[in-house]
Design a protein around this ligand. Structure first.
Ligand SMILES: [Zn+2]
Length: 320
């Protein structure tokens, strides 16, 4: 592996390639015929290589004088993934879950990795590939089976999707993902302080005024881009609230930002209501809680006017 300093920071050539190579070794170790044949590879050897490579990356970063959080996204994820699995018990859990997945069906080429989403499937004839989020490590066997079946042809997907999403909302999934994100200290700096509004300060006042200061602080950040179609979003899997950068401007009152944050915090507190296969988020109960916000009407009117101003979207203010 070589490091390369650039204006933007450091790139580590080979980190993603190394990850791919390790994934295929892990697949070989997890293959069902394992234990029967003579094996040249072992979990100890894979663990040893992870430690060795991490030490090398550490030297390169130190030489460049930067932290892992400055790496471009795919390298940062690969680095976090390696750091997470540098702990041998976790590596064994990884192998256990991978084995479970591979036993469901021999066809897909499966990897468990640090993905931005829950899973990613690819199918082209006999070529079936599946990437599963590391958050599913040690998930119940039926959830793992559902993940695999989602990538297979000719299966009914609805029930499997529901099982996968239900698990992704659990504390087990969230904690696991947070641990991966924190591995190696490569947590990207949260962008709470905007140009105009500071989300941490706004969170503290909303928490005090509407939740008696009981809430722990989720990750809150400004979106990279300015969106008028969506002003806010809550992502339960990573306990993150993302707000549109459009709101970080002097023409947007702090009270409006507080309102959007309040709305997203309500989603975090109230969760979803199940109706058969569907989940409802904006329930009547939610609506009542939302109206408790002081200045609710003004904030709603402001957001609606703001979203109409960007004429190409004639939708009303939307907050998921
Ligand atoms: Zn909403």
């Amino acid at each position: 592996m070589t490091g390369e300093s650039q204006a933007r920071g450091v790139r580590l050539r080979g980190l993603v390639r190394l990850q791919r190579r390790l994934q295929s070794r892990l697949r070989e170790l997890a293959a069902p015929e394992a234990g029967v044949k003579q094996r040249s590879d072992s979990i100890e050897a894979v663990h040893g290589e992870i430690l060795e490579q991490l030490a090398e990356v550490g030297v390169l970063l130190e030489r460049a004088g930067v932290g892992p959080e400055t790496l471009p996204d795919p390298s940062r994820r690969a680095y976090q993934w390696l750091s997470y699995l540098a702990d041998e018990p976790r590596l064994r859990e990884h192998l256990h879950t991978l084995r479970l997945a591979m036993q469901v069906d021999p066809r897909p080429r499966i990897e468990i990795t640090h993905l931005p989403g829950l899973y990613r499937g690819f199918r082209d004839g006999d070529d079936i590939r599946l990437s599963i989020s590391e958050g599913f490590l040690m998930a119940p066997a039926d959830v793992i089976a559902s993940l695999v079946k989602l990538t297979l042809p000719y299966t009914r997907k609805k029930q499997h999707k529901a099982a996968v999403h239900a698990f992704a909302e659990s504390a087990a999934f969230r904690n696991r993902l947070q641990a991966v994100e924190q591995a190696g200290g490569a947590v990207p700096a949260p962008r709470t302080a905007g140009r105009t509004h500071d989300l941490e300060a706004i969170f503290l006042s909303v928490n005090r005024d509407y939740f008696d200061g009981r809430l722990g602080m989720p990750r809150i950040q400004w979106n990279h881009i300015s969106t008028l179609r969506e002003f806010g979003r809550f992502e339960p899997a990573t306990d993150t609230i993302v707000l549109s950068r459009r709101l970080d401007a002097p023409d947007v009152p702090e009270q409006v930002v507080a309102y959007v944050l309040y709305h997203e915090l309500l989603h975090r507190v109230l969760g979803a209501q199940r109706e058969g296969d569907r989940r409802r988020y904006h329930t009547p109960n939610f609506g009542r809680a939302e109206k408790r916000f002081r200045g609710y009407k003004q904030a709603e009117d402001f957001l609606n006017a703001l979203s109409h101003r960007g004429r190409q979207y004639s939708l009303t203010a939307k907050m998921d």
